[in-house]
Write a protein that binds this ligand. Structure first.
Ligand code: ZN
Length: 189
C-alpha cells in the first residue's frame, strides 16, 4: 500500500525515533509499504518518519544504477544492492575524513535540490529485514543516501546542513511546503 509522505514542517520529521524491538507481521507489512511508497514516488530512499512512524528504520534502492556502476567501477554490482535494502536499528560507527559534495533532494521537501557536503565513506551496522546483522563500509552514492536517511531517523533534514544564507533564500519555499501549497506527482499528507 502506498502511504502518504509527510512534508517538511510536520513535527513527526523532528521527533525522536525508537529502536525496533522485534519482528512482527506489522513490521514486515510496514517495510513492504515503505518500499512501495519509495518506488511510487521514484525515490532512492525513504525513512520511517517520512511516513509518520518514529522508528529506527529506512529503506534504500539503488538497483537502477547497476549499469552505471559497472561501467564506472569496472566491477560487478554487488548482489545485495540489486534489491531494496532495509536498514533496521542502523548505527553509523565511522565516517571518512574525506568529504564530498553532492546535490540532494528529499521526498518530504519537494522541488528543492541543494548541494550538501558529507563524508565520502561511512561504516554502518544494521539489521536487514530478516534481522541478520550486517556491517558495511560504503562509499559514494550509497554512502550519501544512507547518511541522508540516517539523518531522518535522528530528526535531521538535508536543508539543516545548508548555510544560514542558503536557508534564508529557501525560507519562503519551505513555508509553502509546510502549508501544503505544493504539487507533487506522489501522495503527500
Ligand atoms: Zn529525505
Amino acid at each position: 500500500m502506498i502511504l502518504p509522505i509527510y512534508p517538511y514542517g510536520n513535527p513527526v520529521l523532528r521527533a525522536e525515533c525508537e529502536d525496533i524491538t522485534g519482528d512482527t507481521p506489522e513490521l514486515q507489512q510496514l517495510i513492504e509499504d515503505m518500499i512501495e511508497t519509495m518506488h511510487g514516488a521514484s525515490g532512492i530512499g525513504l525513512a520511517a518518519p517520512q511516513i509518520g512512524k518514529n522508528l529506527h528504520l529506512f529503506v534504500v534502492d539503488i538497483s537502477h544504477l547497476e549499469e552505471d556502476y559497472e561501467k564506472d567501477e569496472g566491477q560487478p554490482f554487488p548482489e545485495l544492492w540489486k534489491n531494496p535494502i532495509v536498514f533496521i536499528n542502523p548505527e553509523i560507527t565511522d565516517e571518512s575524513e574525506t568529504l564530498s559534495d553532492f546535490e540532494e533532494g528529499c521526498l518530504s521537501i519537494p522541488d528543492i535540490r541543494e548541494v550538501v557536503t558529507r563524508p565520502t565513506e561511512v561504516q554502518i551496522r544494521f539489521l536487514d529485514r530478516h534481522f541478520k546483522t550486517h556491517d558495511w563500509r560504503v562509499d559514494r552514492l550509497l554512502a550519501r543516501v544512507i547518511q541522508h536517511e540516517y539523518d531522518h531517523i535522528e530528526g535531521i533534514l538535508f536543508v539543516d546542513h545548508l548555510s544560514a544564507f542558503k536557508r534564508r533564500m529557501l525560507r519562503r519555499k519551505l513555508q509553502e511546503i509546510a502549508r501544503g501549497n505544493i504539487e507533487t506527482d506522489y501522495k503527500m499528507l
